[in-house]
Design a protein around this ligand. Structure first.
Ligand code: GLY
Length: 386
């Protein structure tokens, strides 16, 4: 086998999606020499497919470490985006102008009331609205609507532009991105470095490695038990609205949403399908999240269809992120399992992983503790609670 010796000072990041890119940028900003190994296209499996929603409150049904992690990441977003705009001139269209979670019928209201109780204790600005008040915030809600929860500080970002800006910043900083490299195994060397083997038999050496390969992460051989990440297909589509008069992200039951983008498209999603590592778009899948709109936002169904697509969300065994070093291999780090929230969690993941790898103390370290890969390597096997 040939041995491609990267500088032993180099950190290798496996995966060029939003998570790998953000960690690489955070490392580079701390003066580290970083190289990204990407098996296909940057942003390939999940990032380009993402609706870009930045909505922590909808993504869990209780307070706790997962909500804390998401809220911290949301708090980092304005600065994260401003620094990218400054470095590259590319804007990912960050819009923090609020999210609505709607109860289309009186039967859906109890769930909103239950959520409102615990959520307003965390953020007093979370408000319970009646149907007409929600309609004032989002003109697409023309049909009968019982009530809504209003999260004024949440919003969305344009994920494909975000990944473009990130790679623009990485290129300017001299971070090397090797495409077409499929990493198959990482193993510790007696010298303390890590050997990273790709599918052509090449070996690259590094002082630290980050596995940020999304849904492909568990295919990479590591010392000890694998970190299992399951691909979850999400079907999604975009319609074109004649102007940009839709304004807010709206979540609706059972698991639908629409996201009005600054460019006049409205992204509507999404399915959750465990069908292995393949993606697909089906009429039945699209109907799942389009049919409920007929009641409370029928106008969206008459807009011209722009595009349908699907992507793979990376989901761990307990559906929570996996962040940190492997217990038996302290310079091999995992940053995976971001599932429905890779875009939201990118800034905090970048900071946490960069600080861990550079050995820096940080208040963020305690936020990351509950998400250590060590939880899957204990005998108890008890999944962590959301
Ligand atoms: N973040 C929304 C989704 O994964 O569909």
């Amino acid at each position: 086998m040939t041995s491609l010796h990267s500088s032993q000072e180099e950190i290798l990041v496996v995966g060029g999606g939003i998570i790998g890119a953000t960690i690489s940028l955070a490392l580079s900003r701390r003066g580290a020499s970083v190289r990204i190994l990407e098996r296909a296209e940057p942003g390939g499996l999940a990032t380009h497919a993402a609706a870009g929603i930045l909505g922590p409150m909808n993504e869990t049904d209780r307070p706790g470490p997962f909500l804390d992690l998401m809220r911290q990441s949301l708090a980092l977003y304005p600065e994260f985006v401003a620094s990218l705009v400054e470095e590259t001139g590319l804007s990912p269209d960050l819009a923090l102008d609020g999210i609505l979670q709607v109860a289309p019928t009186p039967a859906d209201r109890a769930e909103l009331e239950r959520r409102h109780l615990w959520q307003r204790a965390i953020d007093p600005e979370v408000a319970f609205l009646d149907g007409p008040a929600a309609r004032e915030l989002e003109p697409a809600l023309t049909g009968p609507l019982d009530s809504a929860l209003w999260y004024p500080k949440e919003g969305h970002v344009f994920a494909p532009r975000l990944i473009k800006a990130l790679f623009g910043a990485l290129t300017r900083r001299g971070v090397v991105v090797e495409q077409g490299v499929e990493v198959v195994r990482v193993r510790p060397e007696p010298s303390g470095t890590l050997a990273v083997l790709d599918n052509t038999g090449r070996i690259r050496n590094a002082r630290a490695v980050v596995l940020a390969a999304g849904a492909a992460l568990s295919a990479i051989g590591i010392p000890g038990p694998p970190v299992r990440i399951h691909p979850v297909n999400g079907q999604i589509l975009a319609v074109r609205s004649p102007g940009s008069f839709y304004r807010r992200v709206v979540f609706y039951p059972p698991h639908g949403y629409f996201v009005p983008k600054r460019d006049g498209t409205v992204v509507i999603g999404a399915t959750e399908e465990r069908i292995g590592g393949r993606t697909r778009v089906t009429p039945a899948g699209l109907l799942e999240f389009l049919s409920p709109l007929a009641g409370f936002a029928p106008g969206l169904l008459s807009l011209p269809l722009h595009h349908t697509w699907s992507g793979l969300r990376p989901c761990s065994d307990d559906a929570l992120p996996v962040l940190g070093p492997l217990p038996d291999c302290p310079n091999l780090f995992v940053a995976g399992g971001h599932y429905r929230n890779g875009i939201l969690l990118a800034p905090v993941t970048g900071e946490i992983l960069a600080e861990m790898i550079m050995g820096q103390d940080s208040p963020l370290a305690s936020l990351a503790e509950p998400f250590s890969p060590a939880r899957f390597m204990k005998d108890s096997g008890q999944p962590h609670q959301k």
